[in-house]
Ligand binder design. Structure first.
Ligand code: NAI
Length: 345
């Protein structure tokens, strides 16, 4: 029986995993704590660990898991910026869920955007108190506006399709433009300069960290609406706060935040918020923060569980080949063995 230790789990994670795990006789241990140098110990006896976006999977943690006999790290997310894949190479196989519902995230980005631009969050609070005044609730039409999309992968493309449905003009930037897609690719500078709305859908890498910097904000249109459902590290929070204070940024819709690891997914309502930046953002009337919930739909949760269970089985019961394995060679055509249907190591 394959034993899996799940880190950072919540009630909503369990039903779909229990369903798919039971089909294959897997034994799951659900832990609420996040994985880090201290909690790695809890994985003793497990064949695999299943981790999420805010678990720490650095070299030290990987070495400990390896020492305890863990053979696989199964990410139940698409993004893997929290895993040191180079340190894992040769020791522990790392798999992820490349796509589970890009619709979930793209639709959440639109939900945030509509809420912000049409002031739904304010209207909701007002009418609950029988305040039917419309003062301060003026929004703007999406139709005819320009939206700049950074990253035109699975989520970015669906976001673009939805924006086109609203009659928006779409400009895009991607390191690897999708040939023949009919998307108008421009430089990042032009995207910044011409967009009324900017939405981020690229991964967090060393190259993209703080791509929304003070310099970048300086180049944007006054009143631009920034949407980030990708990773918090794409945005320099201090620069964002300055941009909002100077009225350069008209509104920000954030499903992710640079320092989210210690607060998101937790009920902190009875605590004093120690993170001054987050407290400041939340206090601003033109900022909407959700707690990394873009993925949170029934369809996505089911797909995540089904793919994760298949990923784990492919290693332990099949030939050890898994299309969803990640290693530092991924994307490197000459070195990537997975492309040649061989084991990564
Ligand atoms: P994807 O891999 O299909 O697309 C990413 C795109 O970004 C690719 O087209 C790639 O060429 C492009 N890209 C890579 N480096 C770039 C750079 N330096 N500049 C511009 N573009 C660059 O990924 P997908 O599924 O569309 O996901 C996008 C991101 O959404 C993920 O990396 C993840 O961080 C985030 N995400 C957030 C979730 C949430 O719950 N809020 C859930 C799932 C993903």
């Amino acid at each position: 029986m394959i034993k899996v230790a799940f880190y950072d789990t919540r009630d909503y994670d369990r039903p779909s995993f229990e369903h798919y795990g039971a089909l294959h006789g897997m034994q799951f241990r659900f832990l609420e704590t996040k994985l880090n140098e201290v909690t790695a110990e809890l994985a003793r006896g497990a064949d695999a660990v299943c981790v999420f976006v805010n678990d720490t999977v650095n070299k030290e943690v990987i070495d400990k898991l390896y020492e305890y006999g863990v053979k696989m790290i199964a990410l139940r997310s698409a993004g893997y910026n929290n895993v040191d894949v180079r340190a894992a190479f040769g020791k522990i196989h790392v798999v992820h869920v490349p796509a589970y519902s890009p619709y979930a995230v793209a639709e959440h980005a639109i939900a945030l955007l509509l809420t912000s631009v049409r002031r739904i969050h304010k209207a909701y609070n007002r009418t609950r108190e029988f305040n039917f005044s419309l003062n301060g609730l003026t929004g703007f039409d999406f139709h005819g506006k320009t939206v700049g999309v950074v990253g035109t992968g699975k989520i970015g493309r669906i976001f673009i399709d939805i924006c086109r449905g609203f009659g928006m003009k779409v400009l895009a930037y991607d390191l690897y433009p999708a040939e023949g897609s009919g998307i108008e690719y421009v430089t990042l500078d032009r995207l910044f300069a011409e967009s009324d709305i900017i939405s981020l859908h690229c991964p967090l890498t060393e190259e993209t960290r703080h791509m929304i910097s003070a310099d970048a904000i300086e180049k944007m249109k006054k009143g631009v609406v920034l949407v980030n459902t990708s990773r918090g590290g794409l945005v320099d929070t201090e620069a964002l706060l300055d941009g909002i204070r100077s009225r350069k940024i008209g509104a920000a819709c954030l499903d992710v935040y640079e320092e989210e690891a210690d607060v998101f997914f937790e009920d902190r309502s009875g605590h004093i918020m120690n993170d001054e930046h987050l407290a400041r953002l939340i206090s601003m009337p033109n900022v909407i923060v959700t707690s990394h919930q873009g993925f949170l739909t029934e369809e996505a949760l089911n797909n995540i569980a089904e793919t994760t269970v298949k990923n784990i089985l492919s290693y332990f019961e099949n030939d050890g080949l898994c299309d969803n394995e990640l290693c530092y060679r991924c994307g490197n055509i000459e070195q990537c063995r997975k492309e040649r249907k061989e084991k990564c190591f």
